[in-house]
Design a protein around this ligand. Structure first.
Ligand code: SAM
Ligand code: SF4
Ligand code: SF4
Length: 339
């Protein structure tokens, strides 16, 4: 039976994003800039990272509270050793009806088949540009664009349909290459989603001037490919959908800055070290790992999580739009919560 656990703004808990590692083989300038995440940067030690069994237990505790959709993320989730085992465990949990993963795609060629066989339902691949130079500048010069494209092809062969291709759009950085990306995937069955660059974390030097608003993104694509608005696929969908008028698929635009969608936000996030975070822009989370390791019962954990969710009042992006959001200097970083 569906739970009716609601937060203080009447939003149910439906989605959980699970970060399985804080490490990454990219150094995207907007997420883990190389100047900060260099050779000497200390990532979480193994004992602080939730085990697969601990993650599975927390999801089992949360499913009766209403969690239906899971997304595995990171850091780069495919760097987590044996990830297919977690996929198998999570896909078997009663009540969970959607299991997805977000990746930079570089390790997909080798892993897509196994992930699919173990029960991964959907895939999102991040790809900010098809221009090799822009691509390389954005991800810190790590690994080639071809690796990502072969990863997408391997995922297709493994049976993943309708792959989401996420592109974070930054003014003067990759906004001259959006049409190429749309053109490449048009007619492929995959869906390019353009994301307005967000002020997540504290380390990417975000400024409003770097955001390309959805309306501009749309007019760039429309200049070559006429589009028409499509209905949301489900309530609370974050991307606005636009279909190609010639019927060759669709694109999505995530208007997190120009038109925020906090009112329908049903997402919680679990960090690699077991904190429950209730907003992408929160200043921290609540530690679930300690009670978990100290022997809390399922009921006790569920009561803690219910309490956190029912007190939730986050609506950071809307506050930003209202001019109230800029003064929060202690936000969690994207690589800790995985978007
Ligand atoms: N490493 C994986 C990847 O890149 O797909 C998963 C984790 S990554 C943090 C999840 C998503 O967040 C990626 O699509 C990335 O482009 C997006 N992202 C990171 N920083 C962002 C920002 N400041 N604004 C908008 N999206 C961002
Ligand atoms: Fe790594 Fe993804 Fe962050 Fe890029 S966006 S640095 S690929 S975690
Ligand atoms: Fe949800 Fe927070 Fe983003 Fe609003 S700002 S949509 S509450 S994660």
């Amino acid at each position: 039976m569906d739970s009716v656990l609601l937060d203080s703004l009447d939003r149910p808990l439906r989605d959980l994003r699970i970060s399985v590692t804080d490490r990454c083989n990219f150094r995207c300038t907007y997420c883990m800039p190389a100047e900060i995440f260099g050779e000497r940067y200390t990532f979480l030690p193994r004992e602080e990272i939730l085990t697969f069994e601990e993650i599975e237990r927390l999801v089992c505790v949360m499913a009766p509270l209403g969690v239906r959709k899971l997304r595995i993320t990171g850091g780069e989730p495919l760097l987590r050793h044996g990830l297919h085992e977690l996929v198998r465990q999570l896909s078997a949990i009663e009540g969970v009806d959607d299991l997805a993963l977000t990746t930079n795609g570089t390790l997909l060629e080798r892993m897509a088949g196994q992930l699919r066989r173990e029960g991964l339902g959907r895939l999102t691949v991040s790809l900010d540009s098809l221009d090799p130079e822009v691509f390389s500048r954005l991800n810190g010069g790590k690994l080639s664009l071809d690796r990502v494209l072969s990863g997408v092809e391997a995922a297709e062969r493994a049976g993943f349909g309708s792959i989401k291709i996420n592109c974070v759009v930054q003014k003067g950085v990759n906004d001259h290459t959006l049409l190429d990306l749309a053109r490449h995937f048009k007619g492929s069955g995959h869906i390019v989603r353009f994301i307005e660059f967000m002020d997540v974390g504290t380390r990417n030097g975000w400024e409003l001037g770097q955001v390309v608003p959805a309306a501009e993104i749309l007019s760039q694509i429309e200049a070559e490919f006429p589009l028409e608005p499509l209905e949301s696929s489900y309530p609370g969908e974050v991307a606005r959908r636009w279909g190609y008028r010639d019927g060759e698929g669709e694109i999505g635009i995530i208007t997190s800055v120009s038109n925020p969608f906090c009112g329908g936000c049903t997402r919680a996030r679990l960090t690699t070290d077991g904190q429950l975070v209730t907003c992408l822009f929160a200043s921290g989370g609540v530690d679930l790992r300690t009670p978990l390791r100290e022997g809390a019962s399922d009921d006790e954990l569920r009561a803690t999580i219910s309490g956190i969710w029912s007190r939730r009042s986050d609506r950071y992006s809307e506050e930003r739009t209202e001019g109230l959001g800029a003064n929060r200097p202690d936000r969690v970083e994207m690589y800790q919560i995985g978007g």
